[in-house]
Design a protein around this ligand. Structure first.
Ligand code: HEC
Ligand code: HEC
Length: 236
């Protein structure tokens, strides 16, 4: 091998990992303006979701979905364009490993309506069998803290963000391959129920931030795309 070739090879072998690590940090700096310094969400912002401590499998699915057009949000799609899966995996693992953001502050901006709050709690804890709506806790966990590796926790999400996600599922601009559990649920709920759930979730205070429950500690009542025990494991 010519010395020049050997030198280029060596440079490539040693420089690439260092460059990649530096590049990752640099790319992540672009996220802080909207998602906070440590993925904790942005204080006082009604829309930007936190990322810290969410299951890595869940985050990876979202990043891929933004890139591939299965979840549409202009800025996120633009940021993820051209990023390969290995890169998205590194980003997902980075945020999953951060301590869950301290969710002491509730994000709700007005006091709850007692009737709607009750309706929300019933749907979260029991669902509605007459309309084939499973209880949210059956998949998101008794504490709504989520389940590794692919179901996110629900507490501490901004109200407007949750309402928008349900709108996205209903309109088909946030989707997974079938069975798309959340799209089915979103279509079965009516607008006032979605608003009630979103408000209730955003109004909860948590003393301690919680990590998603370990994989396998809960068996979801039905198969959803992307869940490990589901028939449709293929990622979007
Ligand atoms: C200009 C603001 C902005 C920037 C910069 C930004 N995001 Fe986002 N991000 C958003 C918004 C808004 C949403 C919610 C979009 C929606 O409603 O679907 C989001 C959603 C996400 C989600 C899905 C969260 C969930 O719980 O489903 C992930 C993951 C994410 N962003 C990662 C990143 C990463 C990684 C970066 C940096 C490379 C980044 N974002 C930069 C605004 C931004
Ligand atoms: C059968 C299992 C299942 C049930 C029941 C379920 N979910 Fe989900 N949920 C999921 C999965 C899986 C995801 C991740 C979807 C994805 O990868 O985009 C999710 C995602 C979500 C998200 C997105 C969070 C974020 O950060 O963007 C919200 C909000 C949500 N669910 C709310 C609910 C509510 C409210 C209920 C009850 C009315 C409910 N879910 C019931 C499986 C379920």
């Amino acid at each position: 091998m010519k010395p020049f070739r050997l030198l280029s090879l060596l440079i490539l072998l040693f420089a690439v990992p260092v460059f990649a690590a530096g590049e990752l940090t640099e790319r992540l700096a672009a996220c802080t303006v909207c998602h906070g310094e440590h993925g904790e969400g942005r204080a006082g912002a009604e829309y930007y979701p936190h990322l810290a401590g969410k299951p890595a499998g869940y985050l990876l699915r979202q990043l891929r979905a933004f890139r591939d057009g299965d979840r549409r949000y202009a800025q996120m799609g633009w940021l993820m364009r051209n990023m390969d899966d290995a890169y998205l995996q590194a980003i997902a693992e980075h945020f999953a490993a951060l301590p869950p953001r301290p969710p002491a502050r509730a994000t709700a901006t007005r006091p709850p309506d007692p009737v709607l709050a009750q309706r929300a709690q019933t749907l979260l804890a029991k669902g509605d069998a007459t309309r084939a709506i499973p209880a949210c806790i059956a998949c998101h966990g008794e504490q709504l803290a989520g389940l590794e590796p692919a179901i996110p926790g629900l507490l501490g999400l901004p109200e407007e963000y949750v309402v928008a996600q349900f709108g996205g599922w209903r309109a088909g601009v946030r989707r997974t391959p079938a069975p798309d559990c959340m799209a089915q649920i979103a279509r079965a709920l009516d607008a006032s129920e979605i608003r009630a759930i979103a408000h209730w979730l955003s109004a909860q205070q948590q003393a301690e931030p919680q990590r998603p429950a370990p994989a396998g500690t809960l068996v979801p009542p039905q198969a959803c795309a992307g869940l490990p025990d589901s028939a449709a494991q293929v990622l979007p």
